[in-house]
Design a protein. Structure first.
Length: 394
C-alpha cells in the first residue's frame, strides 16, 4: 500500500525579498514540492503566517502581512529588552504553529531549512547548511551569533531528524554538535533546472549592459561578506599581468552583506582602472548568462557547507576554479581546479592558467556539465521526502 501524501509546513522566511544562498535553496525546494502527488498540502511559513504555494507566483509583489503577535506586543525588538517577552513570543508561536498543523492534519512534517526552528510540538526536520559560526566567529556579525546562541539548543532538542547538505557538514554536525550520525540524512542541493549554457547571441544584452566582452571576464558570485574571501580574490587577480587584467576584468555579482569588503584602496584603484566590476544583486536570468559567458568562474570561499554557485556555474558550462577546503571540493569533485583559498599566489596562478590555456578551459567546462548533471531538484526532493517519512516513522 503506497504511503499517504504528506502535509508539509516549510520554513520560508528567506524566500521573499533579496535571496541569499538559503533563500535560493528554500525557493527551489518550494517550487519542487508544489503540485507533487505525494504532497497533500504545502504551507510556506513566512513570519507568523502560513502562506499557500501561490505565494511563489507573486514574490515580486509580496509584502508579509503584519504579525498579529508582534502587533499586540509592540516591535519585535522589544523581546530582546523586556524580560519574559521573548519567552511569551515563543509560546505564542508554538500555539499558532500547532493550530496550523492541526488544521492540515496528519501525516505532517515541519521542515526548517535555516537552522533555527519555530517552536512546534510535532515532527520537525531541521536542515543544517553549515557550521561556519563555530569555525570562526569573524565569519558572522555579532547579532547573528547571538541569535544562534540563544536559540540553537532548543532547535536541536526539538528536531526529530536532521538534514545535512553535504557529507562534510554531516561530519561537522557529528563532531561539534554531538548529533548521532544515524539521525542525519545527507541531501545535496542542486542548480535551478533552467540553468543551462546560454549562447553568446542570447547573452548580448546582459553583457552590453555592464560593458563586458563575451568570454573575456572572470566571474565570482556571492554576498559580500568576510568568509567569501573576495579581498584575496582581488589580490590574486591583481597579480595577473597588466594585459590579462585589462582584457579579463574581475566581475563580482552579489549584494552587500556585512563587514567592509572590497572597499579599500586596492579595490577603488581596480574599479577606476576597469579591472573590477561590482554588479550588486542581479536576476537569475542575468546570472545564468554571466555564468555561461565568463572565461572562468572563481569561488574562493573560506567556508561552505555545500557551495551552490559552483554547481550553478558548472551547469551553465563555466570553467570553475574553487576552494579545496570544507565542502567545496566535495561538491566540485574532479570537475574544477581546486586551490587553497588562503594562498593568493596559487589562486592567481590557477586563474591565469585557465585564462591562457583554452584546452584546459574547455575540458573543465565539459567535466563541469557532467558533474552538474548529477544534481537535480527532483532527486533532492525525493531524498527529503524519504527523510521526512523516516522522521514520521521514528
Amino acid at each position: 500500500m503506497p504511503d499517504a501524501p504528506l502535509n508539509v509546513l516549510l520554513g520560508g522566511d528567506a524566500i521573499p525579498g533579496h535571496r541569499t544562498g538559503v533563500g535560493r535553496m528554500a525557493l527551489q525546494l518550494a517550487q519542487s514540492l508544489r503540485g507533487r502527488p505525494d504532497i497533500a498540502e504545502l504551507r510556506l511559513l513566512v513570519g507568523a503566517h502560513a502562506c499557500t504555494p501561490d505565494l511563489l507566483d507573486r514574490l515580486d509583489q509580496f509584502t508579509p502581512p503584519p504579525d498579529p503577535e508582534a502587533r499586540a506586543n509592540g516591535a519585535r525588538g522589544l523581546a530582546r529588552r523586556i524580560p519574559g517577552l521573548a519567552r511569551a513570543r515563543a509560546q505564542w508561536l508554538r500555539r499558532w504553529l500547532n493550530r496550523e498543523a492541526a488544521q492540515l492534519g496528519a501525516p505532517l512534517v515541519y521542515h526548517e531549512p535555516n537552522l533555527i526552528a519555530r517552536p512546534f510540538d510535532g515532527v520537525t526536520v531541521l536542515t543544517i547548511n553549515d557550521l561556519s559560526w563555530l569555525a570562526d566567529t569573524h565569519f558572522h556579525p555579532r547579532s547573528r551569533l547571538a541569535w544562534i546562541e540563544s536559540r540553537l539548543a532548543d532547535s536541536l532538542t526539538q528536531a526529530t531528524r536532521f538534514v545535512a547538505i553535504s557529507h562534510f557538514t554531516r561530519d561537522e554536525m557529528v563532531r561539534h554538535l554531538g548529533i548521532a550520525r544515524e539521525r542525519i540524512d545527507v541531501v545535496s542541493l542542486a542548480p535551478p533546472a533552467s540553468f543551462r549554457p546560454v549562447a553568446a547571441e542570447c547573452a548580448h544584452e546582459t553583457l552590453a549592459r555592464w560593458g563586458l566582452v563575451d568570454q573575456s571576464f572572470v566571474l565570482s558570485v556571492s554576498t559580500l561578506e568576510p568568509r567569501k574571501n573576495f579581498d584575496r580574490l582581488l589580490a590574486a587577480h591583481g597579480e595577473l599581468s597588466h594585459a590579462l587584467r585589462r582584457s579579463h576584468p574581475l566581475v563580482i555579482a552579489g549584494g552587500q552583506g556585512w563587514g567592509e569588503r572590497l572597499v579599500g584602496r586596492d579595490a577603488a584603484k581596480a574599479i577606476r582602472a576597469g579591472e573590477l566590476r561590482l554588479l550588486g544583486r542581479i536576476s537569475d536570468q542575468d546570472l545564468e548568462r554571466l555564468y555561461s559567458r565568463c572565461a572562468a568562474f572563481v569561488f574562493p570561499s573560506l567556508y561552505e557547507g555545500f557551495g551552490l554557485p559552483v554547481i550553478e556555474a558548472m551547469a551553465c558550462g563555466a570553467p570553475v576554479i574553487a576552494s579545496s577546503t570544507t565542502a567545496v571540493g566535495e561538491t566540485a569533485g574532479n570537475a574544477a581546479v581546486l586551490v587553497d583559498p588562503l594562498d593568493v599566489a596559487a589562486l592567481s596562478e590557477a586563474i591565469g592558467r585557465v585564462l591562457r590555456d583554452r584546452s584546459l578551459a574547455v575540458s573543465l567546462a565539459d567535466r563541469g556539465r557532467m558533474r552538474a548533471a548529477d544534481f537535480s531538484w527532483d532527486a533532492t526532493t525525493a531524498l527529503l521526502l524519504a527523510s521526512w517519512r523516516r522522521a514520521l516513522a521514528g
